[in-house]
Ligand binder design. Structure first.
Ligand code: N2P
Length: 353
């Protein structure tokens, strides 16, 4: 009799459990919140064609914008694309859901250099999306002299000719390096000096643009600036006179990731999407349209055979395939804890001036 009851109970559970999780097991929608100009529409269309899951893609232009929106209570997103230091913040604040790695077998396609990094040591919450550097770009046919350091950007001959990322940590980090300080300093005095130094750069700044700064270089309006590697790669693809260097002070290095925010309504779709993105044939679509550095080793192998011309240019350019010498001087942004609010307020103050 007891055994009979147990069997009945188990049978009931088997019937009920899938029903409880129905929105979790067969979702028809995926709400993606990611950087702008970063995920090819073709990849999203391929995902929809394969799984019948429609993708809504909302974009942001900085980690801070994404974080502020989620902290203000925006819910409903299934996948976000934070950078390393923002992962650290989100993990600390309990904003991400642990990943069920059994659902992401393509994780093994990643180059070992991009797993188990310090911001998420066991890849409990994140997988690598793209990586890259933040460094100095210039058009050698436009610049009045050959820039070698960030300090050169203050030269008055650059008046109105610089394009800068609208990225508070990268720009403040750059100025701190020019002053000889750590790009992740938490010292209020050093940070204040950085704001002053940044104010002195203002006459040279044509515009702040984190989405498509390469367009200002390509049009010739801007001659130099601070951009992400993918922007430099796009500029170089359209104008081979574009140079991208890690200057004497050093440059930035970053690792962008895919993660699932806590409370994501379509977690099943999110896991499918994470695995799909790591498929080599999908992953190379990213490199071809947005040439950052790709952490997917299997995808780069695939690219070598399917698109050898593009592969050769990917390997030859410092933006997509930085040399050891380039990387030797590259330092990441890290979470500065409570000093974040100081960075925020100095940046806001500077932008308002
Ligand atoms: C894409 C920006 C890449 C993010 N538009 C750099 N971390």
């Amino acid at each position: 009799m007891k055994l009979y009851r147990l069997i009945t109970l188990l049978a009931l559970l088997v019937m009920i459990l899938p029903a409880c999780g129905s929105s979790q097991s067969n979702s028809k929608v995926l709400n993606l919140y990611g950087w702008s100009d970063y995920i090819p529409q073709q990849l999203l269309d391929n995902f929809t064609a394969k799984y019948g899951i429609k993708v809504n893609y909302d974009t942001y232009s900085s980690n801070e914008e994404m974080l502020a929106k989620l902290q203000a209570g925006a819910s409903g997103y299934d996948v976000v694309i934070p950078s390393d230091y923002t992962d650290a913040i989100m993990i600390k604040q309990g904003m991400l859901d642990p990943l069920d790695m059994t659902q992401i077998p393509n994780f093994s396609n990643l180059d070992k250099r991009f797993i188990s990094r310090d911001y998420d040591p066991n890849n409990q919450y994140t997988i690598a999306y793209q990586w890259g550097t933040t460094a100095l770009i210039y058009d050698k046919t436009q610049v009045p002299f050959e820039p070698k350091s960030y300090a050169d950007l203050w030269d008055p001959r650059f008046k109105g000719r610089l394009v800068m990322l609208d990225d508070e940590r990268e720009v403040m980090g750059m100025v701190l390096q020019v002053l000889g300080y750590d790009r992740n300093t938490t010292d209020p005095n050093q940070l204040q000096q950085a704001e002053q130094k940044l104010i002195e750069l203002k006459p040279n700044i044509l515009k702040f643009d984190s989405d498509t700064p390469e367009t200002s270089i390509i049009s010739g309006e801007a001659w130099a600036g601070l951009v992400y590697n993918g922007n430099a790669s796009l500029a170089f693809a359209s104008d081979p006179n574009v140079v991208y260097i890690c200057p004497t002070e050093g440059c930035g290095i970053w690792f962008d990731t895919l993660a699932i925010p806590k409370g994501a309504p379509h977690k099943d779709a999110a896991l499918k999407f994470l695995n799909f993105i790591l498929d080599p044939a999908q992953s190379i679509l990213i490199s071809e349209e947005f040439p950052y550095s790709n952490p997917n080793a299997a995808a780069l192998d695939y690219l070598k055979t399917t698109d050898p011309t593009f592969y050769a240019s990917y390997m030859a350019f410092s933006g997509t395939n930085p040399s050891d010498a380039f990387l030797a001087n590259a330092k990441p942004i890290i979470d500065v804890g409570t000093a974040t609010t100081l960075y925020d307020s100095l940046w806001t103050d500077f932008k308002a001036k």
